[in-house]
Structures are given as structure tokens and as C-alpha cells.
Design a protein around this ligand. Sequence first.
Ligand code: ZN
Length: 436
Amino acid sequence: MNKLLPSLLLCFALSELSPAYVLEGGKLQSSPTNIQMKLSSTAGSLSNPPAFPLSDGSTSWEQVFTASANIWNAVMANMRLTTSPSPATNLGTQDGINEAYFGTSVGGFNLDSNTLGLTAFYSDGTTIFEADIAFNSNYPWNSYRGPLLSNGVFDFRRVAIHEIGHVLGLDDINGTNPPAIMDLVVSNIDTLTADDIAGGQFLYGAVAKIAGEADIENPGFVQSREAQSRIGLDGNLRVLYNIFSAPGATGYSGSTLWILDGNGRFRASGTPQIPASTGFGSALNGKPDSLVKGQASGNTTVAFLFPGRTSFGIWTYNLAGALISAAIYGPYANTLIQDIRFSPAGKMIVVWSSAAFGGTANAAWTLNEFGGIETIAGPFGPYAGTVLGKVNLGPDNLQRWFWNSPPIDVAPGPTPSTLAIWSLNASGQVTSAVQY
Ligand SMILES: [Zn+2]
């Protein structure tokens, strides 16, 4: 028997206390689970549309919603939410499609004047087989961190994180101690708390145990290995440790990020929730220095690959070591990641190579420090007898592509080679090509 349960995020105060997360009773059964975003297509109904970029630099509602899903993805071992944009059709009906959109009703329920977001989910008790999220189009929205704005503009991101919690199977808490984003009432809590993470991990398993600073200081209990340390663009030093469960053990069990000032004094630490199955460090084409980057903003960006080189993650931590954004891209059919690196200016570049073309057709993405895609170049090729050597992103944020013919990886030696260097502008278009 199917049933429809509404869950409300209200903006009035309640005082009842609840000790911990509450379960809806069901959970999603298959991973990945996709949510179709009909946000831009319904943003026209907003009574107070904001200007873009939003306050936190986001350039679309989809970007914010996807980042909110990835905040959950970062802590769950056995569930991965994906998102895709989609035109608006049959919004908020039971149609087998998970949706997120701006509107005033969902599943036959109207969003009243106290309701910021409403998730209607359809379950048979143990299985949630569909969930639709409506964000109240009568409210003014933006995307920001920290305390709620006093002017009544609400943070779309923290409400999205809350509603996505409902999609996963977590219920509202009426007044929370410990605090939680799953509180019925929107508050200054702007991301997952330990209680929310515990709820998500109860349903979908915990990512690898994360060792903390104390573990590093007690090498008798935990063996750690410095992956890299880098002075960031803000002058602070980052040290990224890989943690191993016992001296001599090879099993990776988590990471710790230290943020030190320019004199090496401890400022903060973070715990990158990097799945143990990732090819941490060595899989990044032998470039472990491309894993962590201290940004001019004070944020730290950490990147990692999943096994098979078909997908990657990019996490961003603030100066206090707290996770503020997380994004996962891929896998894409017949496509492998050839390289990931950070530019001197702090942008990440990801080179995708088409397995179907023997690795000779290539595309490159540049991403900002929050994991948002800024430019896509290519795909270029395949070109006979030619392979892509590497792609660099200069401090000017212009790309240089180095093509080798014959492929030097295939035929090293005295054979005269041709080297072609392309320059690409910030839109990913080739502006010059020089051959030697
Ligand atoms: Zn709720």
C-alpha cells in the first residue's frame, strides 16, 4: 500500500526538545538515485527573484541544489544522489520521477505561508520509491552561509539540504538538542551536523573512519603519512595526511587536513570524508601535489579520484576546516580521467579522454574552488598518430594543450617528433596553434 507523507520546514519557533535524528521509516533502495531539478524552469514563478551570481557566488539554482546533495553524498558509504536538469512537466505528481522545483504545492499539499519547503515522498514502509521537493516560490531566496539574514531572504542551500534529508528517509525534529539541519524550523545551522550525519549513516552506512588530530599525534595507535603540504594562495600552509589503521598497515582509513599559518602554527583541522576506495594520491597520474590547494579566499580545495578513473570528487573546506561544498562528477560512458591538477591560480583542470577513441579524443574542464564547472574545452580529436601530452592551466587561467606526434608515450626514442601547442581562451576555444 502506498502512502503519502508530507514533511514541513516551518519558520516559526518551537521549543520541544528531541535528542537525535528521526527516521521516516523507509529508505531509498538503489544507488545512485537521481533527482530531476526543475529549478531554473520554475524560477519564473518566484515572487522575489534574486540577481545572479547569488551571494555565495553560485551561478544557478541547480549548482546550489547539486552541492546540497553532495554534502550528503560526502558522508554516506552506500548511497549517492545524482542530479540532472530537466524541463518542467507534471511537477509534484506521483510519476516515478524525483523532482525539485519552485512552486506552491506538491503531491496535492499546498505550501502555506509558514512553509519554506515541502517534500512529498511515496513509500511502502521500508522503501521510498519517489520523492518530490517544492520550494515555496512566495519567499525571497538566495544562497549564503552563516546566520539567517534579518531581511527575510532565506538560504536556499540549507533548506535544500534539509529537504534532501527527507528524500533520504530522515524526518523532521521538533527543536533539536543536539542541533541538526533536520530541525523542523530553519535556523542559523547551515549544513549537516553530527546528528544529521549519524542519521544518514544509520540508513546508508558510514564512510571510512576519519582519524583526527589526536590520532596523528599518537603514531603508536595510528600510522599517518603526509600526503602533501603546500603554501596556499592565502599564505596559510595546508598539510593533508592519509591515515592508516595500524603501523605498517596499508589500508587507508581516512584523511586529516591541517591548516597552519605562515609560521607553521596550528589554526584548524578538517576531516576530508574521502571514500577509502578512492585512489588517493598515487592515482592522480603520479601527481600527488595536485590533491590539495589553499585558495586566496582562505578555503581549501581537495580533489580525489574514484577507482577506474571514471569519476572524481572535489571537496572545499573553509578556514575553520569545515566542509562547505562537495561535488562528484562522472562516470560518463567510454570516458576516462587522464589528469587532474590545480593551476597556480587555484583553478582545477580535469582532462577527460575518450576510451572509445583510444584515449586520443580529449576534453578539459576548468572548475572553480567550489567544484563548479567554469569552462569546457573540446572534445578535440582524434587526430591520426597524435596523442594529448598534457594540459596546463596558467596563472592567467588560459589553457595550453600539448599534442605529441608520433605519440611519445608509445614510441619514445630518437624518432623526430612533432609537438603542437594550442592556446585556449577562457571560453575553451582554441586561439592559437603552434607546431614544432
Ligand atoms: Zn522538514
